[in-house]
Design a protein around this ligand. Structure first.
Ligand code: SF4
Length: 491
């Protein structure tokens, strides 16, 4: 893990880099891996930036640095598309997905070398069909700097959860790439350096079940003919558990992790946030079904919903215990622009635009109490003993249900073995020797190592270590209670 600097490559920027005219000389920088230097700014004619809301201060800072170097600046991507007003100082804004606005913008850049006197805005009316998307510019990237690689098959989601901006930004009718495009992208990834694991970043991988059913046999064939070089993960709605045929194919394609937005175990809360799709079967049964197909579930949980009561934290912790889900992203509710939630809270006068708060929502429960509830859920969920108990369940009830993948040259290459041994060495040292929960770690690691389950020790040791560290940072007030909170990022 010596080289790993970031979780996943910036998929959107890689596509833009591939879409720009071939004769343009492009320098691709992911600031999660390394910051752009003065020399980079001086070298460029134009600085194109993209990012999510959480990166807003950094995006604006890049704009300032580029302007200091006298360069034209452009911002595109998810954050500016949702909130163009966040970026008043950029020279050019690109709103929406790749499409007619991108072509118009390229033409504009070709004809202008000076910064415009006022902001120029390009807004996509006609999106480029996903079937015409280029293969992301993986060759511009050091893939070994990332924990895992990512790929996109579809965009959009047919559901309408109250807090989510995906349907309004990307549509309710999922659009898809062809299976051949997906395979080409996987080939390009392998060529750039086998990342080991690939995450489908689709808003909802099973948003169009028929299309996924068509894709999966191609993925299975690709895995078989390449010696199963990759583990797959995806985001999907929990009702995937009602599609045994898809699940069987996902198992065969070696999907090992699925992120489900469970959000809350409280049925009345799910109804209130229009997440009825999670009510189509009992949540715990759905999680067990996914486990039966070898998939570890990662769950999103939201605290601060209007339906929350002082008992909510207990209910969430009990749900975590019963579901045995090891990893959960527990966040405070945050209202994103272009969502039904934003509009409702605006009408009710319950939006608080104060960046010193963890959330812009005026909760029905007292703010301090909601933040405390979040802290308690995180701290208890990632108590080392409790976390390792849930991983022990996964070792016994989930991982053995995966297919046995071959020891192919793609999997047991010298590079992979070296990478695995380096990771194992670091975990044994950092967790097995120096951590204050080393006893708990060895209870899992000793028998697993005796059985040769090295991958398991690496996976559990690494993920648990990060979660426990994250919790310690939360306890010290060094982490935000919401992905979207600007509080810490600014200070
Ligand atoms: S299912 Fe997921 S992607 Fe779809 S609207 Fe709900 S939260 Fe958004």
């Amino acid at each position: 893990m010596r080289n790993v600097r970031a979780f996943m490559p910036p998929q959107g920027l890689l596509i833009v880099a591939a879409y720009l005219p071939q004769q343009w000389d492009i320098r691709f920088i992911d600031e999660n891996v390394r910051s752009a230097t003065k020399a980079d700014y001086q070298w460029a004619d134009i600085v194109i930036v993209s990012g999510m809301h959480i990166q807003r201060p950094q995006i604006n800072e890049i704009n300032e640095l580029a302007h200091q170097a006298g360069k034209i600046t452009i911002v595109g991507g998810p954050s500016v598309s949702g909130c163009p007003e966040y970026y008043p100082d950029f020279d050019i804004v690109h709103i929406g997905e790749l499409g007619d606005a991108t072509d118009a913008m390229i033409e504009y850049i070709d004809c202008h070398t000076e910064r415009p006197s006022q902001q120029v805005r390009f807004e996509t009316q006609e999106r480029l069909p996903l079937t015409e998307f280029p293969t992301p510019a993986y060759h511009k990237l050091a893939l070994d700097r990332y924990f895992l690689a990512n790929i996109q098959f579809s965009s959009g989601c047919p559901y309408r959860c109250e807090f989510c901006d995906i349907p309004e930004l990307y549509g309710q009718n999922p659009r898809m790439k062809t299976p051949q495009q997906v395979l080409q992208e996987l080939d390009a990834m392998l060529e750039a350096g086998n990342p080991g694991a690939v995450y489908f970043v689709d808003d909802n991988f099973v948003g169009n079940r028929r299309a996924v059913a068509e894709l999966l046999p191609h993925l299975i064939d690709w895995q078989k003919s390449n010696g199963y070089p990759l583990q797959f993960a995806c985001e999907a709605t929990l009702n995937l558990a009602q599609s045994p045929k898809l699940l069987e194919m996902m198992r065969e394609a070696y999907f090992c992790t699925v992120f489900c937005g469970i959000e809350t175990p409280e049925p009345q809360a799910l109804k209130a946030i229009s997440k009825d799709q999670n009510l189509s079967l009992p949540i715990l049964d759905a999680v067990k079904t996914l486990n039966k197909y070898g998939m570890e579930v990662v769950s999103g949980i939201i605290i601060g919903l209007d339906t929350d009561t002082p008992e909510t934290a207990d209910n969430i912790l009990e749900f975590i215990r019963l579901s045995n889900i090891p990893m959960l992203t527990i966040n405070l509710l945050y209202a994103l622009p272009r969502t039904p939630l934003w509009r409702r809270l605006e009408t009710e006068g319950r939006l608080i635009l104060d960046e010193s708060r963890e959330s812009n929502v005026d909760f029905l429960m007292p703010y301090e109490e909601v933040v405390k509830m979040w802290q308690r859920c995180i701290t208890e969920a990632y108590d080392p003993d409790f976390l390792y108990q849930r991983f022990a369940y996964q070792c016994e009830h989930t991982y053995p249900n995966r297919i046995k993948v071959p020891n192919s040259p793609a999997r047991v290459s010298k590079k992979n073995i070296q990478k695995g041994l380096t990771m194992l060495g670091k975990i044994l040292l950092r967790v097995g020797v120096f951590s204050n929960y080393r006893q708990t770690f060895w209870q899992m690691a000793k028998p697993a190592l005796k059985k040769g389950k090295i991958e398991q020790v690496i996976h559990v040791g690494l993920v648990a270590h990060h979660l426990i560290k994250f919790t310690q940072e939360c306890a010290r007030g060094e982490e935000s209670a919401s992905f979207y909170s600007q509080k810490l990022r600014r200070s």
